[in-house]
Design a protein around this ligand. Sequence first.
Ligand SMILES: Cc1cc2nc3c(=O)[nH]c(=O)nc-3n(C[C@H](O)[C@H](O)[C@H](O)COP(=O)(O)OP(=O)(O)OC[C@H]3O[C@@H](n4cnc5c(N)ncnc54)[C@H](O)[C@@H]3O)c2cc1C
Length: 385
Amino acid sequence: MKTADVVIAGAGIVGSSIAWHLTQAGCRNVLLLERESSQGKGSTGKSMGGVRAQFATEHNIRMSMYSIPFYSRFEEITGHPCGYKPHGYLFMATTHKHLDYLRANRRLQNSLGLTNVEEWKREEIVARVPLLKADDILGGSYCPTDGFVDPWLVMEGFSQGAFAGGAEIWRNAEVTGVDVVSGRVSGVRSTAGAISAPTLVNACGAWATRVAAMAGAALPVTPLRRMLCPTEPFPGIPDRCPMTIDMSDGFHFRPEGRGLLMAWNDPSETPSDKPVVDPTFVERILTRAVERVPSFINLEVDPRKAWAGLYEMSPDHHCILGPAPEVEGLFYANGFSGHGVMHSPSTGKILTDLITKGATDLVDAPALSVRRFAEGRAIDETAVL
Ligand SMILES: Cc1cc2nc3c(=O)[nH]c(=O)nc-3n(C[C@H](O)[C@H](O)[C@H](O)COP(=O)(O)OP(=O)(O)OC[C@H]3O[C@@H](n4cnc5c(N)ncnc54)[C@H](O)[C@@H]3O)c2cc1C
């Protein structure tokens, strides 16, 4: 029978980063199991690629403070490009409540050493994104090292680096069972064969709950549809246009090629694992787009190019990392709640530290454990787009 020191279920951006970090730490006998015929068909291939450190919780800020500098040196570190574009994230407030919220977040960010987040007045916002209708904008928050990456390139870079370091991948290998003997993982069964292994990392994104259940463990992750709408080329997009977020309704956009990629998260969306585009989505997002940027009335959009994917929501919108309490040898890298691309580098590092050393100094790992829900220690990230 095939043996591995660590099996990673799911070879999206998170599984790939964990494989890379493990091989870098000297753990060579790592096997990725991916149920699809190729990588990136889960949420990774559907993502908007945004990376930001402007969060409301200490853990997410710290994870970004590892991940974003990592992205800025990705090619130097891994030998592969990741398409990092530090155009910044610009949050725009139209109410004093939102402005105060941004200020409180900035104080926390500053206290943790993230000192390049700026408070912007309306004039600075308009100078950077002149297209905006800005009469109701009171101010905003901008961080110049936030920006975007190409999630597929990141996944590919981590994977190729991991393979060069000795890791293997089985494609068309759906995990169908987890063998547990005397309360600990002893092996993994898949459609491509069985593996004897003492450690299993669950990196199955929006489908992670099922794999946890195979080991008899309870993981609270719920799939939630998110849709994106690309546009045809549009003249007049400012140079280095940031990810621009209208906090009044959550509409946001960033440049994509010579056009834009637009997002708006419908608050009435209910949990579902059916990532099909709602036919009314394009019209609804365009209404919001034109309200904030009047010249977007001229945007050309092919509704057939809009797409839907799944966020993997945890109850407190915060990732669930570390050992499963019920089963020794089972580790979670789940529940990113829409932040798995930006936090894939730090997740790889944290999981590797926990697997190889039992502790990490990157974050307060016990705080991110799934135990927090049963123990009344939910964290509650509110800066979710
Ligand atoms: C529309 C949209 C926009 C987003 N925008 C952003 C953004 O701007 N920034 C950001 O950071 N994040 C964003 N996200 C979230 C981000 O895409 C995810 O958090 C991230 O991709 C999670 O990576 P993953 O590797 O955990 O999951 P996935 O990429 O979903 O990978 C999980 C893998 O597990 C495999 N799998 C599942 N079950 C099994 C099984 N039983 N056996 C074997 N393999 C299995 C799947 O096939 C899949 O390949 C967005 C998501 C969506 C949908």
